[in-house]
Design a protein around this ligand. Structure first.
Ligand code: BGC
Length: 384
């Protein structure tokens, strides 16, 4: 009898061990440690928040600039990788040469020519932080402020910031609320809302540097890019739009069919010289209804894909031309020239000075609303 029980117990243990072996152990991602990340800035606590979905996609976001610090997505074999550039500490961001890694951008994404604009008879002079021009909201843009943050559940982070009247030269107290949401469809959804008490231009965007191979792994020349646009806005040597809406047909700016980012980047084209590569705004072909698929990126080896959806009329594709190997980020990875790309949904640069561009003016009583979705997936490129 005892023998029989022993044998049965043994069998039970063997079955249990086999079952445990088959069950998928949850993958432990080497996330940034929230306890070691932050500190205090401008009298406010800088924190790191972790968002996760059912399939394990994970994003960590700090309230310093509303920056995406890391973003873990699977490849075609389910292997997770962190696909955005960034730092494991607040100090890393403060010391960096590149001040826009992963950040929210405002009050105005991209450039305003000669750092000034007029509303009616009133001329507003902004901080000139890019030669004579104004870039990404000025010296202390929304990337450099500490936002108020509330995380209500595992998938959502609410950030808010009151940009005071006169900040960086802009008129009006602007109340900005941004929601980051990680959906069950492997989307990072960013919704921006703002209200003002005086008319002001507003153009908010997000500035993650993506490399779908993994942050710091090689360059993005081999990423295949589709941009859903038949036109772009050419720039002058200071990267201010000339006002022209130019067809992409027959130019290195035609990404209507998926094309390797590096295939034409060194062509002898004046616009590529001005941008030192791609650093331009594309005029999106809007969807008949709902959000527009603005761009799609495929990394052929890992099979990772990223789609960008928006309600905005434009997208800035910036190919990391100013990265130069001087910044060393998370896990000691060096960020080389063209080691990542940005896809920033937006209204067109310099719109406050270009009457023919869609308006960026927000009036008291109106609500600004913008949405950008980065949707991750996989494609078995080898099978094609
Ligand atoms: C701009 C670049 C700028 C970069 C800074 C991009 O959005 O278009 O010109 O150098 O941001 O990271």
């Amino acid at each position: 009898m005892i023998q029989k029980m022993k044998a049965r117990n043994f069998l039970f243990m063997v079955l249990l061990a086999a079952a445990a072996g088959c069950a998928k152990a949850p993958v432990q991602l080497p996330l940034v440690d929230p306890a070691a990340f932050g500190g205090e800035l401008d009298g406010k606590k800088v924190e790191l928040f972790t968002l996760k979905n059912e399939s394990g996609m994970t994003v960590q976001i700090t309230n310093f600039g509303g920056r995406v610090v890391d973003l873990w997505v699977p490849d075609k074999n389910g292997k997770m990788e962190d696909v955005v550039l960034g730092y494991a500490t607040l100090d890393g961001y403060l010391q960096s040469n590149e001040i826009y890694f992963g950040t929210l951008v405002g009050r105005y994404g991209n450039r305003i020519g000669q750092a000034r604009f007029a509303i009616g008879d009133s001329v507003y002079v902004l901080a000139a932080n890019n030669g004579a021009n104004h870039l990404h909201g000025g010296v202390k843009g929304f990337n450099n402020v500490v936002w108020d943050a509330v995380q209500n559940d595992e998938g959502t982070l609410l950030l808010s910031y009151l940009s005071p009247d006169g900040e960086e030269g802009y008129p009006g107290n602007l109340q900005v609320n941004v929601t980051y949401e990680l959906t069950s469809d492997n989307e990072l959804k960013i919704e921006y809302r703002a209200t003002t008490d005086k008319a002001t231009p507003v153009n908010l965007t997000h500035h993650s540097y993506f490399n779908l191979k993994g942050a710091g792994v090689g360059d993005i020349n081999d990423h295949l890019l589709m941009i859903n646009a038949a036109a772009f806005t050419p720039v002058d040597s200071g990267l201010i739009p000339t006002g022209e809406i130019a067809s992409v047909e027959g130019t290195p700016f035609d990404f209507r069919q998926p094309t390797a980012v590096g295939a034409r980047v060194n062509e002898d084209h004046q616009q590529l010289k001005y941008g030192l590569g791609y650093d331009h705004n594309w005029v999106l072909t809007p969807a008949d209804s709902g959000l527009t698929l603005a761009a799609r990126v495929v990394e052929p080896v890992s099979g990772r894909t990223m789609e960008v959806y928006t309600n905005e009329p434009g997208i800035q594709f910036y190919g990391g031309n100013f990265l130069n190997g001087q910044d060393t980020g998370k896990n000691g990875m060096v960020y080389h020239h063209r080691g990542a790309l940005c896809l920033e949904t937006q209204h067109f640069p310099d719109s406050p000075n270009q009457q023919q561009f869609p308006s960026t003016l927000l009036e008291p009583g109106q609500e600004y609303y913008s949405v950008c979705i980065y949707k991750f997936g996989v494609e078995d490129t080898a099978a094609k």
